[in-house]
Design a protein around this ligand. Sequence first.
Ligand code: AKG
Ligand code: FE2
Length: 339
Amino acid sequence: MREEGPSNGEKKSDDDEVGMMMIPCLDFSFNNKNNNNGLGSLEEWKKMMSKKVREACEKHGYFVLVCDDDEIVPKVLREKMLMGLKELFDLPEETKKKHQSTTKPYSSYTSDCPVIPLNQSFGVCDSHVFHVSQEFTNLMWPHGNPSFCETMNSISSKLVELNYMILKMIEEGYELPKHYTWEIEDMLMKGTVFLRLMKYKSPSKEGEIGLVTHTDKNTLTILCQNDVQGLEVQTKTGKWIQVEIPQNAYVVVVGDILKAWSNGRLHAVRHRVTMKGDKERYSFGVFTMPKDEAKIEVPPELVDANTHPLRYHPFTYGDYIKFFVSNLNENALDEFAAL
Ligand SMILES: O=C(O)CCC(=O)C(=O)O
Ligand SMILES: [Fe+2]
């Protein structure tokens, strides 16, 4: 099992934070001999990984997911998507501006935002549904671009599947009573999926902000980037560290909704993007979020009067997002739902 070791890009500090500074890295290749010793069944592997996933999400609020074989997302697909992003962002501004959406906040094409001038982004809801990817592609390339459409749709589907698999692992990691599984699936996995496509221009000076500090407001995010690093996370003790992401790896980030659902046990990590060097950075992320009317409620099993008293009152996802969008407060979850 590849995790939290010095060979995995571990960052050390000279203070007492060494334990906190390690970058959690989980290898999701089931066929990797170090993972299952060639003996375990898929079920046993999943059980063991669920524990690791839960631990990483509680301790760090994110982890780097490596998978060297093609079982989760084929390498070619990922490379095609990153090449497709360049092609997309190279389109004329007036074409990109045609992508306007009112269904979800932050989904229209955005560029030249004074706070994050290096960043350009598109948001597409439910891109794992073929006709959605097709509509988006046809808007950007009126003469068609079947290869982009196919790639965007396939990688979205793969990452949605992976996102749900990790959510299930987190749930299994808590060993909650089985009857609860349906409720959780209904609450966390029957909602919207959001694909965000991003480009960061190279900065005019080192260390320019590409994306401001935030926690993700959804359930769980999976991020993928080209070979330009820039993602930084804040440790629980307030230090910023750069997440060195190997080629073929993804970053899984806990959002506010998992934090609320788990009674604050899962950590919604604060993160940002800082740009250095002279290369453009491309990234994309698949964000899962509950339905607007879904009620986010802590399971009684995750409340313990002594060690984990109830931290959040139940709320609906749509109300939370409305609150966030009208207040834009980085402490939105606690302001909105803390008891
Ligand atoms: O570009 C990245 O790697 C991070 C993007 C991100 O954090 C977000 O879109 O919420
Ligand atoms: Fe984020």
